[in-house]
Design a protein. Structure first.
Lengths: 479, 172
């Protein structure tokens, strides 16, 4: 192991060690508030080290990990999501009677898996990262046991997660069989030398695509999503919707753009159909939901479809980097908006799964104008109405898709966005137009998160140029 | 050569029979015992190929540790007898179609693969021995090796969190 190796995984190492430390300290700490603070400190320190890796472009462990700006950008999203998830969870866990220190430990381990996914450059490391980020999420989904919905969520997520993990492993095995290597640069080199078995490689790549499609909830692999998002504690769902999705897309972009651009002729039609199906099914089924958690679950499926659109043109080297940066920007905009929306859901939610129906939002506009305004901003951002982050994200995404020459897919995207306006704006209408006696929790960290994400959704959309600049520098290093 | 061939085919026959027995037997204990036998034959295959270390690992990890765990779980749950299986009606035809696809795929790889099959190389001395495996594991594959240990730790914490008696009122 050289210094470069150590340097390339340094933030990851810090986070894993810190998680072990917090696990031990949690036993002795009498005040659980300290566990929260320690976790936040750990995430902030790791964030600092991650940012310091910007522009370093390291490779380590015999090309098993690559730290490029793509990885740094995603790691910042993961760690930022972790911090937001803690601020959502802090009071929520107490209120729901599930305040245990292991929550924070598992959260940190899950983030470390996501960070490993962002820097992975070897199929074995991808698989291990997938498991490392998933196993804590299975447990977190069932964290509210013995509540039946939560146990069901954990069980379903675990079974389908293990199932999809099987697809990934089988795909990796076939790719290894076709190219005799698991390293992404090695695979690309073997294909370039015409030493790879292309049909076998295609099947392997398709299986890897299927496996990760489960993780990011792409139709037709989305069956688990509404149940898991509904049953898991809301703070966990908020984190899961961002973290697992961003990590899954990180893996897909890294594997397909860096190692398999030559397969695009076979893979692109599959991705086209998956993206179109996901946008259509996600948005149309969301219309029929009366529970806000299920509605947001289908909305997250639909957004997975939008992000998947960016991958359609991955084989065209002139467009690929623009598409990747558009997807990265969209992930950021989705992360900010999503955490805001979940913060409002948590504020309205009551124990025993009450306060989750859309009707519970009636009258919020009159009684709690600030909260209603924030929720309206998030809903508009999900729809993609200016001046919100969601609009800017969709704009760049659609432009990248059209640049790639997939006008039909962009048209489907725009039309499904119109459908989505119906169910997003319905929440706004219920909040402002209907009378009700809503009860809303006011907790300092929750309010802070809501305010922060609401302001960020507006302000970042106005000053989006520097972020996009940053995202466009976050291109994958092509070895 | 002929003795090796005879050995190979008789072992292959045992492996297939035990594999079928595993699938067919109604009693879960018998199925598990068939699986133990199957693992042993596979271990001897590894020995024939010159992989002494992996053969030992197969015996001690799979046939030993994992199967003991299986048997314990079956006996503790009292799940020896399979209940009347209620299969979904369309399951069988779909299973048959999927197995045919798998067979075609395997056949393709065996007979029609485009890349030439490379002749078996003479392996370097000590290939697949404990020393070379340890060397590869702690040099080339150091990172996956270490991450696996973290993964096992996380799985352990998760299992304890999910099964340990509630102690939610820690703050009291």
């Amino acid at each position: 192991m050289t210094t470069t190796d150590l340097l390339s995984v340094f933030p990851l190492l810090i986070l894993i060690l810190w998680a072990c430390l917090v696990l031990l300290l949690d036993v002795f700490l009498k005040r659980e508030r300290l566990t929260t603070i320690l976790t936040a400190i750990g995430l902030v320190v790791t964030l600092g080290f991650s940012i310091s890796q910007n522009n370093l472009n390291l490779t380590g462990f015999n090309n098993m990990v690559v730290v490029d700006n793509f990885a740094v950008y995603l790691n910042i999203i993961f760690l930022g999501s972790g911090l937001l998830a803690i601020s959502l969870a802090h009071d929520y866990l107490k209120r729901m009677g599930i305040n245990r220190g292991e929550f924070y430990v598992l959260l940190m381990f899950s983030i470390s898996g996501m960070m490993l996914m962002a820097i992975a450059a070897d199929l074995i490391v991808f698989f291990l990262a997938l498991e490392l980020l998933s196993i804590p999420l299975y447990v977190l989904a069932a964290f509210a046991r013995p509540r039946v919905e939560s146990e069901e969520a954990g069980m379903k997520y675990f079974l389908l997660g293990a199932f999809s993990g099987g697809f990934v492993v089988y795909g990796i095995a076939l790719v290894f069989g076709a190219t005799a290597t698991t390293n992404l640069s090695g695979i690309a080199a073997r294909i370039a030398e015409h030493q790879a078995d292309i049909p076998l490689l295609t099947i392997g790549a398709a299986l890897i695509l299927v496996g990760f499609s489960f993780k990011v909830a792409v139709v037709p692999f989305q069956m688990w999503t509404p149940d898991v998002y509904h049953g898991a504690p809301s703070a966990v769902t908020a984190f899961m919707a961002i973290g697992a999705k961003a990590a899954g897309f990180a893996a897909l972009m890294r594997i397909f753009v860096a190692a398999l651009p030559t397969l695009s002729e076979q893979i692109t039609p599959i991705i086209w159909v998956l993206a179109a199906l996901t946008m259509i099914v996600g948005n149309i089924v969301a219309v029929a939901q009366s529970n806000i958690k299920r509605m947001l679950a289908y909305s997250s499926i639909a957004h997975a479809g939008y992000i998947l659109m960016a991958l359609v043109s991955y084989g065209q080297s002139s467009v690929a980097s623009v598409s990747v940066s558009a997807a990265l920007f969209y992930l950021l905009s989705y992360a900010v908006t999503n955490f805001g929306a979940w913060a409002v859901v948590i504020a309205v939610e009551k124990a025993e799964g009450k306060g989750l129906a859309l009707d519970d939002y009636a009258g919020i506009g009159r009684k709690y104008p600030a909260l209603a305004a924030a929720m309206a901003i998030f809903m508009l951002s999900f729809t993609g109405v200016p001046p919100t982050l969601g609009f800017v994200g969709k704009f760049y995404l659609f432009r990248a898709v059209i640049d790639g020459g997939y006008i039909g897919l962009a048209v489907i995207g725009v039309l499904t966005s119109l459908i989505s306006a119906f169910y997003y704006l319905r929440v706004v209408v219920i909040m402002y137009m209907r009378d009700g006696e809503p009860e809303v929790r006011s907790e300092p960290w929750l309010n802070l998160t809501t305010a922060f994400t609401a302001i960020a959704t507006i302000v970042l959309s106005i000053f989006s140029a520097p972020i996009l600049q940053w995202a466009s520098q976050a291109i994958l290093s092509t070895f | 050569m002929t003795t090796e061939l005879i050995l190979f085919f008789s072992l292959a026959l045992i492996a297939i029979i035990t594999g079928l027995g595993l699938l067919i037997s109604k009693n879960a204990i018998y199925a598990a015992l068939y699986l133990v036998l199957n693992f042993f034959t596979i271990a001897i295959f590894y020995l024939l190929l010159g992989g002494a270390f992996i053969a030992m690992a197969q015996v001690s990890v799979y046939a030993g540790a994992i199967m003991v765990l299986f048997l314990f779980v079956i006996m503790i749950l009292g799940a020896e007898k399979l209940g009347k299986s209620n299969t979904v009606a369309w399951q069988r035809p779909v299973a048959i179609i999927l197995s045919i696809i798998l067979l075609i795929e395997a056949g393709y790889v065996l007979f029609w693969r485009t890349a030439p099959v490379q002749a078996a190389q003479t392996l370097p001395d000590g290939f697949g021995g404990p020393a070379s495996i340890g060397n590869v594991l702690l040099n080339n594959y150091l990172l996956p090796f270490e991450i696996t240990s973290v993964l096992l730790l996380v799985a352990m914490i998760g299992a304890i969190v999910l099964t340990h008696k509630q102690k939610t009122d820690k703050e009291v």
